[in-house]
Design a protein around this ligand. Structure first.
Ligand code: DP6
Length: 339
């Protein structure tokens, strides 16, 4: 039997969003972005060399092949990696998310990063980061490769608070952890507003960004906003960070809602929740701020010391199974098991 190589990769939540890609380039974002790597919301993917004619993918109890439509991205990514580095062996992949399937939580960041790491470990017979690096796969290259699968995946390769710089050309993109997970014990409580598959996926919606009249003005203001967010992180300034978090998320949704084919990701209940959260904050009941990705769920960002009070406030309004509790985390973990 062949050895099993496993990567456990957390999801990440963007504070400055990656929204819009430069045209005619390979996953080159329109702007720099910054995120917090999470801890428990993660994808665990194992890969082993197989004797089959093609790759196989087990997700939960089901085995998928390349003809399964919504998993096309996975097989395209494996083919891309194999072609680029000349790997000919087929892989047996098993993947599981720590968050409930269908919870409406995006799994592409953690999923594509975990797939990249586990498959390259199996193909190069690497047991850890040092082995990968000795075989030519340093963390920047691994982030570059993960990004080709899904842009936001590149930030999940690092722990703590992570910046992805677009760079001067598509081949000079850079990734770095600006502050480790120990710098500031921030938490993310995710409030689930819909478990349905998104009507328009983010890859499709990214393309529409340029058609919004708000997009170019947004890009011109982002470098300054990035500096302010970094300063707030450096100072552990919750209020300073929080106000930008909300403005940034709402601006991205304004771009999405003013594109040539507008998309409305937030439903009535989610919009009401945003207003209620702000009122409770103004009245001093809680000290927490929201951010939102291209989907219906709300991420409530707060300091660790605020968690119990916020949890009680949330539980008075929502069933416990609509809340996922997580915090900043240290980044991916690699494991190896010989058989
Ligand atoms: C709203 O990484 O899902 O979450 O590169 O097309 O796979 P693709 O897009 P994806 O976009 C995520 C956008 C976002 C903001 C962010 O994570 O920065």
């Amino acid at each position: 039997m062949n050895a099993i190589h496993t990567a456990t990769v957390p999801s990440n939540i963007a504070f400055i969003k990656y929204w819009g890609k430069r045209p005619h380039a390979r996953q080159w974002p329109a702007n720099d972005s910054l995120s917090m790597t999470l801890n428990q919301l993660a994808t665990k993917t194992s890969a082993r060399i197989s004797n089959s004619d093609d790759h196989s993918l087990r997700l939960g109890d089901r085995v998928y092949s390349r003809t399964d439509k919504n998993l096309g991205k996975t097989f395209v990514h494996l083919d891309r990696l194999a072609l680029r580095f000349g790997f000919t062996e087929k892989l047996q992949i098993t993947s599981v998310n720590s968050f409930p399937m269908g919870a409406g939580i995006a799994s592409s960041a953690s999923g594509l990063a975990a797939l990249t790491l586990a498959s390259l470990m199996a193909w190069t017979d690497s047991r850890n980061w040092d082995d990968l690096e000795n075989k030519g796969f340093d963390r920047n290259l691994l982030a570059d490769l993960s990004r080709l699968g899904s842009g936001s995946a590149c930030r999940s390769l690092f722990g703590g608070f992570v910046q992805w710089e677009a760079g001067p050309n598509e081949d000079s993109q850079r990734y770095a952890s600006l502050f480790s997970d120990e710098h500031w014990a921030l938490r993310d409580t995710v409030v689930l507003f819909s478990s349905e598959q998104k009507s328009v996926g983010s890859t499709e919606a990214h393309e529409l960004a340029w058609s919004s009249p708000l997009f170019i003005p947004r890009l011109s203001g982002l470098p300054e906003r990035m500096n302010l967010v970094k300063q707030a992180l450096a100072d552990r300034d919750m209020q300073g960070l929080g106000l930008w978090l909300e403005a940034e998320a709402l601006e991205m949704h304004a771009v999405i809602m003013t594109a040539s084919q507008p998309v409305h990701y937030l439903n009535q209940e989610a919009l009401q929740f945003l207003a209620d959260l702000r009122t409770a904050r103004q009245e001093g009941e809680i000290h927490a701020y929201f951010t939102i990705d291209a989907g219906p769920n709300i991420h409530v960002i707060h300091e660790a010391g605020e968690h119990e009070r916020l949890k009680l406030w949330l539980q008075r309004r929502l069933a416990a199974d609509r809340l996922l509790h997580d915090s900043v985390g240290a980044g991916p973990r690699l494991d190896f098991q010989s058989e």
